[in-house]
Structures are given as C-alpha cells and as structure tokens.
Design a protein around this ligand. Structure first.
Ligand SMILES: *[C@@H]1O[C@H](CO)[C@@H](O)[C@H](O)[C@H]1NC(C)=O
Ligand SMILES: *[C@@H]1O[C@H](CO)[C@@H](O)[C@H](O)[C@H]1NC(C)=O
Ligand SMILES: *[C@@H]1O[C@H](CO)[C@@H](O)[C@H](O)[C@H]1NC(C)=O
Length: 190
C-alpha cells in the first residue's frame, strides 16, 4: 500500500531534486586555510609563494578563506587592485587583526589581500584569489544528465533566484512529506 503510494509518486522526483540540490550546494561553504598551514601568513620564502598557492587552489562563491597568524604581529587587509600592486595599506576595503581571520568569498572575480605589517607586502606577503563565476563553479553533471539535472541547468532563471526558489521548494516539499507521513501514520497504515 505504502509502496504503491510512493513508487510512482511525483513527490519522490521532487524529493530527489531536493537531495540533489542540497548535495550540490553543500560543497559551497568549505573553509580553505591560506597556504595550507596555520603559520603560513608571514613573509614567505619566495615572493610568489601565496599566488602560487592560490593558483593551485580552486575558489568558488561560498568558500571561506581562513588565515591563522599572530594577531599582535600581522594582519590581513583586503584591498583594491591598485593598493595591492603598490602595497598601499592606508585605505583597505577591510582590515582584520584577530589572528583567526575568516573572509567569505561571495563574489566572483579577483580578490586582493596584503599584509598590514610594515614592509611585509613588499616582501611578497600578498595574494590574489580569483573566485570562479557561477558558470564555472556549478557541479559538472554526469555525461548523460537526467531530466532532473537538466531542469537544474535551466538558464531561464538567474542562479541566485533559482537557488532560493529551490530552497523554498525544498522546504515546502519537506512540509508536505511530513504532512503525508503524519497522515499515513494517523490513518493506521503503519
Ligand atoms: C594545499 O592543499 C590542497 C588540497 O589538499 C592541495 O591540492 C595543494 O597542492 C596544497 N598546496 C600546497 C602549496 O601545499
Ligand atoms: C595610498 O592610498 C591613499 C588613499 O588611496 C593615497 O592617498 C596615498 O597617496 C597612497 N600612498 C601611496 C604611497 O601611494
Ligand atoms: C559578503 O559577505 C560579508 C559577510 O561575510 C558581507 O559583509 C558582505 O557585504 C558580503 N558582500 C556582498 C557583495 O554580498
């Protein structure tokens, strides 16, 4: 009885859509330790050290960069491109000195970070992090995409509204499922 109720039900398709949605978005929200080591934010062994590291990593919207350092000796400044090039620390976009700095990457494109300690930037303690656009950061579907996946790839809606409408849809479906199961239980089928 319950089997026939569920097996052909379009609600199951919706549930799997939600699972797929949650899986594909759970990768966003990674925390990435700059330089892979907790004491790496200091004058590096080579001037290109941090950019080499950044080029070997892949950053997507939703990732969080984490710096660990001695907050009494160093800091993290997010700056514009010109200030990055000239190591100008006088007017950063944001400044962090807490020793355990987390910056969420919520925009695509280049992000510029330099050390706020005197002369550290000049010695190469600076980094460009390029965050991939939504197009690139989307999970690559398997060779033969299912109809569900094709639906997710629909270009008709911009990514943000698609994500939020899917989240809304998922919670709606969740409530419907709870109601359905409650109904089954109260009708004495289980
Ligand atoms: C940092 O860690 C990532 C993932 O574990 C790895 O791919 C990368 O090569 C590492 N980079 C360095 C500089 O160790
Ligand atoms: C650093 O930036 C500030 C504000 O943008 C500017 O007034 C100052 O002249 C700059 N300093 C140098 C050395 O370029
Ligand atoms: C990015 O997130 C931070 C908080 O982590 C917020 O202060 C900032 O306004 C956000 N930027 C954009 C463009 O949404």
């Amino acid at each position: 009885m319950a089997g026939t109720l569920f097996s052909s039900s379009p609600s199951m398709v919706a549930v799997f859509s939600c699972l797929f949605f949650l899986m594909s978005y759970s990768e966003a929200g990674r925390e990435i330790l700059v330089g892979n080591k907790s004491d790496s934010w200091k004058i590096p062994p080579r001037p290109d050290y941090f950019n080499k590291w950044a080029q070997n990593s892949r950053f997507i919207i939703g990732d969080t960069l984490v710096w660990k350092y001695d907050g009494s000796k160093d800091s993290v400044l997010q700056v514009n491109k010109r200030d990055y090039v000239t190591c100008n620390t006088s007017s950063p976009i944001a400044a962090y000195r807490d020793g355990d700095t987390k910056v969420k990457l919520n925009e695509s494109g280049p992000h510029y970070f330099i050390s706020g300690a005197v002369d550290h930037c000049e010695y190469g303690q600076k980094m460009i992090v390029v965050v991939l656009s939504e197009e690139h950061s989307r999970i690559v579907p398997s060779p033969a995409p299912s109809p569900v996946q094709q639906e997710f790839q629909s270009p008709a809606m911009p990514p943000v509204s698609r994500a939020s409408s899917l989240a809304g849809g998922c919670s709606l479906i969740g409530m419907l499922m709870v109601g359905l199961i409650a109904g089954i239980i109260s009708s004495g089928l289980f």
